[in-house]
Design a protein around this ligand. Structure first.
Ligand SMILES: [Zn+2]
Length: 204
């Protein structure tokens, strides 16, 4: 199955570099347009939104996953469950879709007070006006296991809603790319407990 998508896939474009912390930052064109409109509106109100990470390929996710894998001990299940608090197995990340991105910081504490909290409150009040929602919330985490709350991760609903439905219909465990720990993906039911476990707004 040709699941690999990335910045070179047709239909993607780079987000204007002034809204990105890295030099390359790609989204699907419709999501990039909506994000730039949101970032401009936020800026007009003194809120700076910068993408820390947008579209990631399977290879990108494998690097992230395996770097964490090497730093952990215990059984494969223990290691995978620990990493899965905040990171997806390659092939199961919404970052592959071109509809999702992380904003400003990957540190939960950053968004708990001060400037980070103001940014988060702005997003809570306005992101939906531009089509965005927060897939990983306290509630989504409590409902099905799932990832911890991620106040930095936002998703473009008009594209990611249909993509989640298609993903859950068509992708199976045999379709996952090769990476360390892939053998426990099915035992951990990562499609049901992680990919499907999103906030109410993102549910298929
Ligand atoms: Zn993310």
């Amino acid at each position: 199955m040709g699941l690999e998508v990335g910045p070179n896939t047709p239909g993607f474009r780079p987000v204007d570099s002034r809204w990105c912390t890295k030099e390359s930052c790609f989204l699907r064109t419709e999501a990039a347009d909506a994000f730039e409109a949101m970032a401009r509106a936020a800026q007009a109100e003194g809120i700076a939104l910068r993408i820390v990470s947008a579209t990631r390929t399977h290879a990108d996710q494998k690097r992230i996953w395996e770097a964490k894998w090497r730093n952990r001990s215990g059984s494969a299940v223990d290691k995978a469950l620990d990493i899965l608090n905040y990171s997806s197995m390659p092939g199961t990340s919404r970052h592959h879709w071109g509809t999702d991105f992380d904003l400003n910081s990957l540190d939960p504490a950053y968004f708990a007070s001060g400037m980070g909290l103001s940014e988060y409150q702005w997003l809570q009040n306005h992101a939906a006006e531009f089509g965005f929602f927060q897939p990983y919330t306290v509630e989504s985490s409590q409902a099905a296991g799932g990832y911890r709350e991620e106040r930095w991760h936002w998703s473009y609903a008009p594209l990611s809603g249909p993509m989640l439905r298609a993903y859950l219909l068509w992708v199976d465990y045999q379709d996952l790319p090769r990476f360390q720990g892939v053998e426990v993906a099915e035992e951990l039911q990562v499609f049901d407990r992680y990919v499907r476990a999103v906030s109410v707004e993102g549910q298929p």
